[in-house]
Write a protein that binds this ligand. Sequence first.
Ligand SMILES: [Zn+2]
Length: 397
Amino acid sequence: MIKRINLRKSNVARSKTIRDINRQIILNYIREEGPISRADIARVTALQRSTISLIVDELSELGLVQESYGESSGGRPPRLLSLKTAEAISIGIDLGKKDTIVGTCDLSGRLLEHKEFPTSSNAAKTIDRIIETANYFIERNNGSIEGIGLSVPGLVEAWDGKLVKIPHLEWHEPDLAKKIQDATGLQVRMENDTNAVALAELWLGRPEISNVRDFIVVFIHKGIGTGVVFDGQIYRGKDGVAGEFGHMTIGQNAPIKCSGGNDDCWEAFASERAAMARYLENAGESAKKDLDFNQLINLAQNDDSHAIKALKDTAKYIGLGISNLIQGLSPELTIVAGSIVKAWPLVSEEIIEAADAGLCQGFPAVKVMPSTLGKYPSLMGAFSLVLADKFSSISTG
Ligand SMILES: [Zn+2]
């Protein structure tokens, strides 16, 4: 529970009174455990019943929680509290290198609606489309949208929110977030896609992930992104660009070149593009033309031996890179995200075995899990930027 409050530690320490903190504790407890009774909250938080009632009244007035009646076990049915959901509260924008998704979610992070369109190499065109779609959702939801989260497949400067660069996409849009903010009138929080996914694991992931304080997210896509969470917070490093493990050297003569043009980096061995290159090489003449990575997974699931081998070989390199991260950072958990998760039964053994084998002296213990964020991890990441802000700074003033 405490980590939610610590998420933006300095702000919290400066502006929060005890009552604000209690309000956050109760709200987060309802978010995670609801529907739940006041008595249960009192038992777990050790707060006075009267304090809880006061705060619950405030949260209801703010439109954040709602009450319903549970099953009666003879006497009066218990009154249960849950988050007031189904109303769109946030817009998420997942700017991908191939496609862009703009969607809405409710207070619990549930995806309500979304629209998807190809990302153009013409930045202005794509930005116009993003703004148009965001404004459509804003209008449609009659003022319930409170903020916009923006996930980008590139480097974001933490201090002034400028977009530094997007590999593979020749955009020069340092003020991307500000442009969207000015055109929609809503605050836009921008974050690197893998950091956003890490935040989503923290806020929306299953309990065994969201209760962990130190973990690493390895996001496999056209490249490889890594997000490092230390003590319940994203580790950003100087200028906010930490975590570029996709470019650590792990071999020679990889099947492709990384976004920086090298053939010895992790992403040149273990990204979706590397798996595709292996498939084309394995299958030779018989290779299916114009496949994308999801279709490669489909082929493997339909017992295509070349596709299976390409995925398993790539999985070994995913595991090898993970072993380096574990060796150096000793996280409680490493989470693999991206489309590769759909092929988890096919690749998990190779990933975990390689991660294990790569560790000297066999420690620390390897714990690798697939992400459970579903089909749109970085869109969930975009949502969690707004939700994290909201749940860590609820205040009635
Ligand atoms: Zn590289």
